[in-house]
Design a protein around this ligand. Sequence first.
Ligand code: ADP
Length: 327
Amino acid sequence: MEYKIRCVGLLTSGGDAPGMNAAIRAVTRTAIFNGIRVKAIYRGYKGLITGEVKEFRTQDVSNIIQHGGTILKTARCMEFKTPEGRKIAYDTMVREEIDALVVIGGDGTFTGARIFAQEYNIPIVGLPGTIDNDLWGTDSTIGYDTALNTIVEAVDKIRDTATSHERLFFVEVMGRDAGFLALNSAIAAGAEAAIIPERETHEDQLEALIKNGFRKSKNSSIVLVAESETTGGAQGLANRMREEHPEYDVRVTILGHIQRGGSPTAYDRILASRMGVAAIDALLDEQRNIMIGIQNDEIVHVPFTKAIKDDKQINPEKVSVLQILSI
Ligand code: ADP
């Protein structure tokens, strides 16, 4: 065997997502179960640079599975993008006797992990922790299901006022140029449409909406909009609508950070638990530079390069479901 892992470092990085704590619990307990020590690193890659590291025992992860956010905190760390910063991070690993890393985050986190792993020959396994679900190679990411449910609950409430006032609402959801949250919450909340970045190059979605007579027989309309620089998000589309169709009573709601918080759903807790176990199993199996994913309810290993670079496609069948059901 090339190496034996005696101590694994664990961090959460990038945007927080509900279910990260369940993943922290699962990684910690699985490592200890297998006789591996666990060092928790605080504030993402920043903690590796500042040396904010603490050894975890099983009780350090008690009573956290039901909480949103991350007990390890998370931060964006510019210094880790420099070779000098990564050298300091590596020195911390050597000092703390950490011989492998489990990183929980999104594509930025994995981009950093890939570079770091190559520079210093460190085994790193990633867990997809992001509400956006924008990573290739996994059907779902930790936090996505919770965010989806939060959005649906909020849109149900907006529907009440939209109906009473006969208004057109543009509701903006997160997604960083990915339309998964917008499209699926639109279906689940019975919205009239979703405007998503993936379709932006194919058609003018706002024009198509109007052409299809989306308000003909309705006394309220809700359009889910994925945040996007191209469309200008909900505000950009509302401004356009007011100019082109002053007859509509247009309102904008930007859901913002409520989408990130809250207790994770059962689905996210189970996903995070399975992925956490799989991360340690993968390291024991001498896997490295991979993200743990889920496909058709089976755990899979996805190389970082693929998870980051490949574009996850929107399912056209879902676009069609939304269109048919909003007549
Ligand atoms: P996410 O993981 O949610 O996509 P970010 O894009 O903010 O979040 O990335 C999280 C962190 O990963 C950054 O703050 C930085 O420390 C690290 N990172 C991102 N891109 C790189 C890169 N090109 N090189 C090194 N580290 C990176």
